[in-house]
Design a protein around this ligand. Structure first.
Ligand SMILES: O=C(O)CCc1c2[nH]c(c1CC(=O)O)Cc1[nH]c(c(CC(=O)O)c1CCC(=O)O)Cc1[nH]c(c(CC(=O)O)c1CCC(=O)O)Cc1[nH]c(c(CCC(=O)O)c1CC(=O)O)C2
Length: 347
């Protein structure tokens, strides 16, 4: 049995329905800038927190309780399912995910295993159940990385600035590339469906780095696999959100996918995105760097974004990418209150 969701503005907006205020959540809202979380991080790594459902649920709830956001996002990482399929990944402080056995050939791709969520990541499912049956009265968002973004870490061995190795693999070994995309798509579908079955009410797919590709290559090397993933997830009947950074040139391609929400980074104004032909709900897009400015600057920019977003139904406020560690939690609290107040007055 699910605990009752008393605030469903996020789900309504995702479905394009009218809401009495603009719903808001922030990418990387759990963790990073919160002192309670930083204290925990002195003792535990990300993987150690996610293996403990009570603790992981606490971290996931913190921004809901402290900022009053309209949705929670499960605390974990896009790397979470990878060890189960045979990827040796470690999250190194100051670097990010580092992979000991990068993919170099079709043989490496063939060695990848299958994900069995109940056996491999029961702690993720237990955290979701705990949050949704007992603790949260806002929707819980589940998520996964998308094939290109996950593959970029698996091929480069860690974070990259230019994705040269990833692109070289894609262009020169298309058969191995498509085999890798297929394996990752299978994993993502199983992984996300298990999150939905456990209780998440919406799903965001992070294709954070796919903006590195041009439109033509996106259509050939990525779009078919994204269509397969979303067509399968669509059967579960929860809102599906697509997000990437520096990917404004791909926004119209995303509009074709069987999804509900197009997540924009800060580069493309919302009105322009809609004029281009984005008809779905839009999510975004305050530049997270602005959170380090004075409140007057933040308020002025937020108003501008809200005015554009509210021009039609189907709008969710978010940042253009994740919260930085140096952001003051008070700023996020004040921003959330401002968005709620300003948007309810305008309705
Ligand atoms: O630059 C890089 O490529 C490495 C980035 C990186 C990743 N995991 C990582 C790091 C290091 C770090 O954040 O310090 C490692 C990572 N992931 C996470 C944390 C926790 C934190 O930031 O305090 C951390 C830092 C943990 C540590 O330092 O031990 C948690 C995480 N990753 C993610 C999410 C989902 C979300 O954004 O809301 C969430 C959880 C939800 C939340 O914090 O509210 C998703 C994620 N992880 C990752 C990516 C790729 C792109 C990106 O981060 O900009 C993405 C997708 C995205 O944000 O666009 C990879």
């Amino acid at each position: 049995m699910s605990k009752e969701i008393t605030n469903d503005t996020f789900l309504k907006a995702a479905r394009g329905e009218k809401t009495d205020h603009v719903p808001v959540w922030y990418m990387r809202q759990a963790g990073r800038s919160q002192p309670e979380y930083r204290k925990l991080k002195e003792k535990y790594s990300l993987f150690e927190i996610t293996h403990q459902p009570e603790l992981c649920a606490y971290v996931t709830r913190l921004p809901v309780e402290q900022y009053d956001v309209d949705a929670a996002i499960l605390y974990k990482d896009i790397m979470t399912p990878l060890p189960a399929i045979g990827v040796d990944v470690e999250i190194k402080s100051g670097i990010g995910p580092v992979i000991a056995n990068p993919i170099q050939s079709v043989t490496d791709v063939e060695k990848l295993g299958e994900l069995n969520p109940e056996k491999d990541i029961p702690y993720v499912l237990d955290t979701i159940k705990l949050l949704t049956t007992e603790q949260l009265s806002v929707p819980l968002i589940g998520f996964s990385g998308a094939p290109f973004t996950i593959a970029s870490y698996m091929i480069e061995g860690g974070p990259s600035k230019n994705y040269n190795k990833t692109k070289a693999f894609m262009y020169s070994e298309p058969k191995a590339w498509f085999a890798l995309m297929d394996k990752l798509a299978d994993m993502i579908i199983i992984y996300v469906k298990s999150q939905i079955k456990a209780g998440v009410k919406a799903v965001q797919i992070f294709d954070s780095w796919v903006g590195a590709l041009n439109v033509e290559d996106y259509r050939v090397f990525i779009k078919p696999i994204m269509t397969r993933i979303f067509s399968s997830l669509r059967e579960e009947n929860v809102p599906l959100i697509m997000f990437g950074v520096g990917a404004s040139h791909l926004a119209l391609e995303w509009n074709d996918l069987p999804i509900d929400v197009v997540g924009l980074d800060w580069r493309l104004p919302i009105t322009e995105a809609r004029q281009m032909g984005i008809q779905k709900t839009v999510q975004g897009n305050l530049d997270p760097a602005l959170l380090l400015s004075s409140w007057d600057v933040i308020e002025e920019r937020t108003k501008r974004i809200l005015d554009q977003g509210m021009e039609q139904d189907g709008y969710i406020f978010n940042l253009g990418h994740g919260v930085f560690p140096s952001v003051n939690p008070e700023t996020l609290k004040r921003l959330t209150a401002f968005i709620h107040e300003y948007s309810s007055k305008m309705k």
